[in-house]
Design a protein around this ligand. Sequence first.
Ligand SMILES: NC(=O)c1ccc[n+]([C@@H]2O[C@H](COP(=O)([O-])OP(=O)(O)OC[C@H]3O[C@@H](n4cnc5c(N)ncnc54)[C@H](OP(=O)(O)O)[C@@H]3O)[C@@H](O)[C@H]2O)c1
Length: 254
Amino acid sequence: MTATTITQLHPVPPQIGRALTLDDLVDLHAPRDRANPRVRANFVASVDGSATAAGRTRDLGGPADLLVFDLLRRLCDVVVVGAGTVRDEGYGPMSLGDDAVAWRRAAGLPDHPVFAIVSGSLGLDPTSGVFADAPVRPVVLTHDGAPRDARARLDEVADVVSCGHDRVDPRLLVRALVDRGLPQVHTEGGPALFGDLVAADVVDELCLTVSPNLEGGAGPRIVAAREAMALEGLSLDHVLLSGDMLLTKWSRRR
Ligand SMILES: NC(=O)c1ccc[n+]([C@@H]2O[C@H](COP(=O)([O-])OP(=O)(O)OC[C@H]3O[C@@H](n4cnc5c(N)ncnc54)[C@H](OP(=O)(O)O)[C@@H]3O)[C@@H](O)[C@H]2O)c1
């Protein structure tokens, strides 16, 4: 456990007031039934709802947010990220640290989750570390209308999978991952991808960190969707506190 202290606010018993261990955090976030397909998302937002600070998330989170961010990677089968976030945040390969790898081995899981990138344009560099240094062959989730030359280049370094005619259909995306033996789906966004996932109602859980900042500006909210969708029925699983930062977890009530 790091020096970062996380205490639990909700539900009140049994853990209120004491610093949580890494095992506690695993218990709070681990899938109850790994065979049961679930889609989980993780985001951080400022108090005024901005999903970025100066165009990125780096200054929004903090050590506790990062701790949970890393933990959620270790618990899943596949990490799904939109190409915009991969480009904007300068993602590298989906490689976990030694502790997480040891934990996954002990849990009978492969060393690293699969990295799945969602892109229609296929504007992804096949020579980048995302692909070149990947411990597991990544998956690119695209659609039938994606540019053929870009697809041919990415075919060399990733499994390129079509999940729709002219756009990636979230339901086909989830089915494709489950069919590959990856039922615990975790997405790190971004807002455009999450908007599509929410609109298709495939999201089961949301881990949302509320960062004690007011950002203003024109940063996106965590759900970017042209249409209002008013998806109701989220239940609060827990609220954790680290300093002034709230770490919440919500589930879609079905
Ligand atoms: N606060 C947070 O927790 C958080 C998390 C993640 C990202 N962000 C921030 O969000 C910003 C990026 O936002 P964004 O909305 O552009 O990110 P995004 O959703 O990661 O990327 C959008 C791109 O992903 C692809 N895509 C997403 N859904 C698709 C679909 N259904 N079909 C086909 N392609 C699809 C497209 O890629 P192509 O253009 O390649 O076709 C699209 O342009 C960055 O500033 C990042 O820092 C914040």
